[in-house]
Design a protein around this ligand. Structure first.
Ligand SMILES: Cc1cc2nc3c(=O)[nH]c(=O)nc-3n(C[C@H](O)[C@H](O)[C@H](O)COP(=O)(O)O)c2cc1C
Length: 185
């Protein structure tokens, strides 16, 4: 079982990436996980759709090989980030077919709560994803700044993530520090 996490924020101190890392922390140690921070991919290769760039090639292969893909993005202009779109545009046709996908989003206001559903989910479906877990959206006010971790999500957000992950076909830790149990093969 392998998991790929895509961090779609251009920001170094990112709330959406903090959510992504919280999700990663919920998985059993037996789950092989890879985090791809899209802002660290070569910008020229992303913008010019350079499929031969080694970093782009490796990232594409990691997504294709994964069983579970978690995607985090800030909401920009009522949609997901352009950085994330440049990467999704480079994925092979049907790259998400047969995978479980979880989308996480953060926005400045609750007004764009549905942006993941109306903007990102159709793109995921176009890439073949059919098992898409309930998206989790959090507004900036639902985070507390933290000296070590940057941003920490409030309990209600953490609970919504736990509910979304209950449908994940992958080994989870429950609770975070307790001995792990396998929820499914
Ligand atoms: C260029 C830009 C556009 C934004 N547009 C929106 C928006 O349309 N709706 C919204 O709720 N927040 C918007 N925001 C606020 C961010 O989505 C919000 O602060 C988010 O948590 C940032 O996520 P990050 O820390 O992972 O980058 C925008 C921020 C920026 C910089």
């Amino acid at each position: 079982m392998s998991l790929v996490a895509l961090a779609g924020s251009p920001s170094a101190h990112s709330r959406s990436t903090a959510l992504l890392r919280h999700v990663l922390s919920r998985f059993d140690d037996r789950v092989a996980r890879t985090e791809i921070v899209l802002r660290d991919l070569p910008p020229a290769a992303l913008v010019r759709a350079d499929f031969d760039d080694p970093a782009i090639r490796r990232a594409r292969e990691q997504v294709v090989a994964a069983r579970f893909v978690v995607i985090a993005t800030p909401i920009y202009k009522a949609s997901f980030s352009g950085l994330l779109k440049t990467f999704l545009d480079l994925l092979p046709e049907d790259a998400l077919r047969g995978k479980t996908v979880l989308a996480l989003g953060t926005g400045g206001s609750p007004a764009h709560l549905l942006a993941l559903d109306y903007a990102l989910k159709p793109v995921l479906a176009a890439l073949g994803a059919r098992h898409i877990l309930d998206a989790v959206y959090a507004a900036d006010a639902q985070f507390t700044p933290h000296a070590l971790h940057g941003h920490v999500a409030h309990d209600d957000v953490v609970q919504r993530i736990a509910r979304a992950l209950a449908d994940a076909p992958i080994a989870l830790r429950t609770p975070v520090d307790a001995p792990s149990i396998a929820l499914a093969a």
